[in-house]
Design a protein around this ligand. Structure first.
Ligand code: 5GP
Length: 188
């Protein structure tokens, strides 16, 4: 009989506005025993976001200190802010045979893959760039200049999808969430 010695590490990535966050939240409703790794960020909390729930909100000095201390499994500067995954949290959950979900940008996804070759990479793509722009505008959380940066980055990030194990086109949320659930369930 085979026993898994560790959980699976799933990386959900893709351009911002593609709907990674929405799909991830739906995923946790459907598969509650997954573990979400709460990232650190230097970005300010948005309305309704909670420290220690959505992110650990920290300042740039603390972030740099943690980089130097090797605290991050990966980190990246994304749209002018720093984001990083806490190494200790992820390693502990995997040792406990929990399946862990990272929701991170494409740069971070590549870093994790090179450190943890067994990680399963899932790319969430918008149906089109114009649809992505529409969604970013509807979300209304960013100023125009910030939105333009995110859009420009998104166009570049779309090229990365071929490095991923799975590609989900988020054309319709319920359908895409089901597809993500099926992918996770296919790894025993
Ligand atoms: P937002 O500011 O909209 O919450 O996130 C911006 C981007 O940073 C999103 O693509 C999000 O997935 C990504 N992100 C969130 N946490 C991390 C992290 O720990 N590492 C990396 N590399 N990206 C992250």
């Amino acid at each position: 009989m085979h026993h898994r010695i560790s959980g699976h590490l799933f990386i959900i990535s893709g351009p911002s506005g593609a709907g990674k966050g929405t799909l991830r939240k739906l995923l946790f409703e459907r598969i509650p025993d997954l573990m979400f790794s709460i990232s650190c960020t230097t970005r300010s909390p948005r309305e309704g976001e909670l420290d220690g729930v959505d992110y650990h909100f920290i300042d740039e000095a603390s972030f740099r200190h943690m980089i130097a201390g090797g605290k991050f499994l990966e980190w990246a500067k994304v749209h002018d802010n720093y984001y990083g995954t806490l190494r200790e949290d992820v390693e502990r959950e995997l040792r406990d045979r929990k399946n862990v979900i990272l929701e991170i940008d494409v740069q971070g996804a590549h870093q994790v893959k090179s450190n943890c070759p067994g990680a399963i990479m899932i790319f969430v793509a918008p149906p089109s760039i114009s649809e992505l722009e529409k969604r970013l505008r509807q979300r209304g959380t960013e100023e125009e200049t910030v939105l333009q940066v995110r859009l420009k980055n998104a166009i570049e990030e779309m090229d990365d999808s071929s490095f991923f194990d799975h590609l989900i086109v988020n054309d319709e949320v319920a359908r895409a969430a089901k597809e993500m659930e099926n992918i996770i369930h296919s790894y025993k």
